[in-house]
Design a binder for this molecule. Structure first.
Ligand code: PGA
Length: 253
């Protein structure tokens, strides 16, 4: 059985005091659930990672970074390495989030380098994949998702796949209020699992968690999670309110 997983992506939101308050609120409110029935992670901006890690240290909440660079050290002004993240107690890292791909111009090759470095450095990458509105309209969803998965996981052997979580996030659903219907999401999740079975084997595909992201709210989580191949949620906007994120965690159980 794949354990449900709720992850909050705070993006470039929160400030130093609201980061700690939000983290404490989530940790306090989910003590009962987290660790028992659902895995919970939060991904604050880099500069608040340490204070958030301290704020949740006595809880089961894990902390992730929103990005990482693939080089270990050296002349890479502005970048952050896996060992820096690991060294302060980060567990997860998002790789290839749609805003990195479409706003910052990251391609599959760079995403693959980051994911490979993350696993090598002992972090658990969450590989984000998903199509644009225009690609969905052109019926290219499977083609785009296939490319993101195949190229994102290039060189990752089966023994390393267990470190990876996949997040299907249709770009048209992110921050727009337009959630994919449970059927639309399930269709792509099932496609991803079939693809993983082809690339690896059935056992590996069945063991891999596939999250849905894109306008997840307390009111649509349970229905999304009732689909056979949706194992959790990656939440942006609604993870910025303690009560909403707690309701999502509750609904994900
Ligand atoms: P959203 O963002 O929940 O605000 O749509 C999801 C994400 O970008 O991960």
């Amino acid at each position: 059985m794949r354990k449900p997983f709720a992850t909050g992506n705070w993006k470039m939101n929160t400030d130093s005091s609201s980061s700690v308050a939000l983290a404490k609120g989530v940790a306090d409110g989910s003590t009962e659930l987290a660790g028992r029935a659902v895995d919970v992670a939060i991904c604050p901006p880099f500069v608040y990672l340490q204070s958030v890690i301290r704020a949740v240290s006595s809880s089961n909440i894990a902390v992730g970074a929103q990005d990482v660079y693939f080089e270990e050290k050296g002349a890479f002004t502005g970048e952050i390495s896996t060992s820096m993240l690991k060294g302060i107690g980060c567990t997860y890292v998002l790789c290839g989030h749609s805003e990195r791909r479409h706003v910052l111009g990251e391609g599959d090759e760079l995403v693959n380098k980051k994911l490979t470095a993350a696993i090598g450095g002992g972090l658990l990458p969450i590989l984000c994949v998903g199509e644009l509105q225009s690609e969905r309209e052109a019926r290219q969803t499977e083609q785009v998702v296939k490319r993101h998965i195949e190229e994102g996981l290039a060189g990752i052997g089966e023994e390393k796949l267990s470190a990876v979580t996949i997040a299907y996030e249709p770009v048209w659903a992110i921050g727009t209020g337009l959630t994919a219907t449970p059927d639309q999401a399930q269709e792509v999740h099932a496609f991803i699992r079939k693809l993983l079975a082809e690339l690896y084997d059935d056992e590996a595909a069945q063991a891999t968690r596939i999250l849905y992201g894109g306008s997840v709210k307390p009111g649509n989580t349970a229905e999304l999670m009732s689909q056979g191949d949706i194992d959790g949620v990656l939440v942006g906007g609604a993870s910025l309110k303690v009560e909403d994120f707690l309701a999502i965690i509750q609904a994900a159980v």
